[in-house]
Design a protein around this ligand. Structure first.
Ligand SMILES: *Cc1c(COP(=O)(O)O)cnc(C)c1O
Length: 433
């Protein structure tokens, strides 16, 4: 066969592998996801390859999960080493990796305790149960969350989520949740009733298109919760794990040097601000499933023996991986990297926004959590597909926003490669709108 024919026949074979996988998938997997037409096979660092060998730059990071990129050798080592020792024993016993991981998380937040589970929805579920226990004696059970929030897909998760589309068809909703506009302290104050036990918000809303809470809002919520004896719960599932340049996004927001008005005294609130409970998942295991919630020391006893459990929560294997990831982040100053490369990306994208205001409405973000809002005439899904054509993976959010949630070890050269792909799509779109 001529070289050209050999090439053609391998191409056909790859094409048919791809089609075959898709056909089987569509036949045997529940169709609850609208999937993109890509069959991914392997990854390395920032890159993933599909079954035909085509390479993509992954700026989605598995939706804020793969904090060290793909096939990271340290994660592989941790998995191999721990799996030779002990994978699982249940939570009837003590294990060292879970102990150490709990301590590391407490050290990164504040005195408190940690409960381990397997996902973000399950972590939030734990916080809901904490809030119910907290309010129980006073007959309070309601949790106020924000409009456009996202808190997971379990029944309580969709009840907590402030978006109609996730609830539709699954009524009746779990009782005890209501939603108020985000970043609006007065709306929150007005929504508190005799039944309210807690407030739950994302310090940066992810799924609905990267909306950042203001510092005043967070400090105001803390004050409100103190005044009305409510738990302040934060969902850091997406924005957490150093993505914004601190362990959690509320830390980034609250500790940011305030732009002080002339003569205004700096309030001491920032140094004492602390939530009562925090849900954690996505980036914690870098792709290996693990979730957790942290609860402030004074409320930890609410979940006494027998009140909450998870078979797989905090296995030695998952905890060993999470511990190794924390080591790698610390050793390589990936927090500083997230801040620097994130700022570089944000600045360049904002330059692009100023150059093409008809295509790009807004660019916002913190560290390596960036939202690019397009003209509402341009659907996010279509933009994401156009970027696939340029070998770049991104995540749609809301109707016309795309999200960048790349790994924390993203290099500036890789950031540049992604920027070139985005710019070329923006230039194409500028000819149309
Ligand atoms: C992804 C996400 C969840 C749900 O996490 P799962 O692991 O999918 O259950 C909850 N809250 C926020 C903010 C999220 O981004």
């Amino acid at each position: 066969m001529k070289a050209e024919n050999v090439q053609r026949s391998t191409f056909d074979a790859q094409r048919s592998t791809q089609n075959e996988i898709r056909e089987l998938f569509d036949k045997y997997v529940v169709p609850s996801y609208a999937r993109f037409d890509l069959v991914l096979e392997r990854g390395e660092g920032i890159y993933v390859w599909d079954v035909s060998g085509r390479r993509y730059l992954d700026f989605g990071g598995g939706i804020a999960v793969c904090v060290l990129g793909h096939a990271n050798p340290e994660i592989t080592d941790a998995l191999a080493e721990q799996s030779r020792k002990l994978v699982h024993v249940s939570n009837l016993y003590y294990t060292e990796p879970q102990t150490r991981l709990a301590k590391r998380i407490v050290d990164l937040i504040a005195p408190g305790r940690v409960f381990f589970c397997n996902s973000g929805a399950e972590a939030n579920e734990g916080l809901f149960k904490l809030a119910r226990k907290f309010g129980r004696d006073k007959g309070r059970y309601e949790i106020i969350t924000a409009s456009e929030s996202f808190h997971g897909r379990t029944l309580a998760g969709i009840a907590a989520t402030g978006q109609e589309k996730v609830k539709k068809g699954f009524e009746p909703m779990v009782a005890g949740f209501c939603h108020v506009p985000f970043n609006n302290l007065e709306a929150m104050r007005a929504a508190i009733t005799e039944s309210t036990a807690a407030i739950l918000i994302e310090a940066i809303q992810g799924e609905s298109g990267i909306t950042i809470a203001t510092r005043e809002y967070l400090l105001g919520l803390r004050e409100l919760c103190d005044q009305r004896d409510l738990l302040l719960l934060l969902d850091e599932v997406q924005a957490g794990h150093f993505r914004t340049g601190r362990f959690h996004s509320w830390q980034t927001i609250v500790d940011a040097a305030p732009r002080r008005a002339f003569g205004e005294k700096r309030r001491g609130a920032a140094s004492t601000f602390l939530p009562d409970g925090i849900s954690i998942a996505k980036g914690l295991g870098g792709g290996f499933p693990i979730g957790a919630f942290w609860v402030r020391e004074k409320f930890a006893a609410l979940l006494s023996a027998g009140t909450h459990a998870s078979t797989f929560g905090g296995t030695p294997l998952a905890c060993a991986v999470a511990l190794r990831i924390l080591d790698v982040i610390e050793r390589g100053d990936l927090v500083g990297n997230a801040r620097r490369v994130g700022k570089f990306l944000l600045d360049r994208l904002q330059d692009l926004q100023r150059k093409y205001p008809n295509v790009l409405r807004d660019v916002r973000g913190s560290g390596l959590m960036i939202g690019i809002e397009f003209n509402p005439k341009i659907a996010a899904i279509e933009t994401v597909k156009r970027l696939h054509e340029k070998n770049l993976l991104t995540i749609p959010a809301a109707t016309s926003v795309i999200r960048l949630l790349p790994p924390l070890n993203l290099r500036q050269s890789e950031a540049n490669e992604g920027l070139r792909a985005i710019e070329s799509v923006v230039v194409d779109l500028a000819k149309q709108v």
